[in-house]
Design a protein around this ligand. Sequence first.
Ligand SMILES: *[C@@H]1O[C@H](CO)[C@@H](O)[C@H](O)[C@H]1NC(C)=O
Length: 437
Amino acid sequence: MALSPRFSFLLIYLSVAASLCFAEVRLTEIRDDDRAIIPFDEFGFTHKGRLELNVSRISYSNPLSNSDLSKVGFLLCTRETWLHVFQQLEDGEIQCALDSDMVKPVYTFSALKDGKSFDTLFSETDADQFILLFANCIPKLKVSMDVRSAMYNLDGKSNRRDYLSIGKTVLPRVYFLFSLVYFALAGLWIHVLYKKRLTVFGIHFFMLAVVILKALNLLCEAEDKSYIKRTGTAHGWDVLFYIFNFLKGITLFTLIVLIGTGWSFLKPYLQDKEKKVLMIVIPLQVVANIAQVVIDETGPFGQDWVTWKQVFLLVDVVCCCAVLFPIVWSIKNLREAARTDGKAAVNLMKLTLFRQYYIVVICYIYFTRVVVYALETITSYRYLWTSVVASELATLVFYVFTAYKFKPEAHNPYFVIDDEEEEAAAEALKLEDEFEL
Ligand SMILES: *[C@@H]1O[C@H](CO)[C@@H](O)[C@H](O)[C@H]1NC(C)=O
């Protein structure tokens, strides 16, 4: 079939596009497009769902001679039914997706009165996740139009509009709660810094900055999502969110590198190779954030979405690997120092600490990248918020662990140690050496 490459492409597209999209009011310009299927947006409806579609400046590039415009129009269908429709098209049972009795036609162009524009309000009473598609079954017909699509659910009693997909509607509250937790942690940290002010290092102030940025980032995200929930657009909160997201990303990765190198609490300077890691990670974070903005703003069906998603994943993986190097170098140095100089116990404690840190960083990266992605893919559209909660909880645990393990100490255990412990530790080190051999 001539059409099948196009449909297969859409099929791949649909499976790549994670269900992560915040259906908001979306404006899309279509120019001279002859794709048989154009996907627009995806949304989880309740029983009181609405789709508002305002299409204007409709035109066709080739003159329409007795073409049947009922074969051009918008439709809603779920991912599962799309697979069936796709099968029907492949088998030649139907000629056009709009003919299938499994899809819900929203508007066909044969109903156009003036031929240039239309507004329509469609009520969706089946609770499910639907994709809004445009089907054009006239071969070689190129369509141009401006599409404004808004999908929302009506709240139970008040009938207020809720522009967040059913699985995302609690997110503003989730983000707000987490931001409160981080503000509380920042307060606690300031208290600790004040009490232990004699043993505070530069890195501890840096940690404070990271926590505050994380709290502000979550607060903006909560405000952003709550605006989208109420009005369908972000009203500029997304800009603030992107700024703090960017700062948070850079400072968090820098912090992991700095702690990994032992900067300020083991040594006051950075080695050249450690500086190089920072010089790789920081520009990559800039790229990652640009990719993030494009991904969020275009939605999963926008042009270049897949490309930017790949860029983001690649950059993220490189950053995650890069931050592990300084920790590995520190572990190596500490192990050598433990063998050569007399202070085996001191170095062994540091070694244990860095090993723990290494494992926790790996777990954190693995969980927030792989496990959360898997959760996102397997959970039903109604519970999409659970993957956000899982990711934020993991992040919280990571922050708390880092703060606890590297907190300023009145009697710094890394430097003050009595003789007995020293001997015990030297024994342990010997045992460990044998074990490794
Ligand atoms: C879009 O169409 C709906 C339904 O007809 C209408 O109520 C709404 O005012 C229109 N919006 C715009 C921006 O034209």
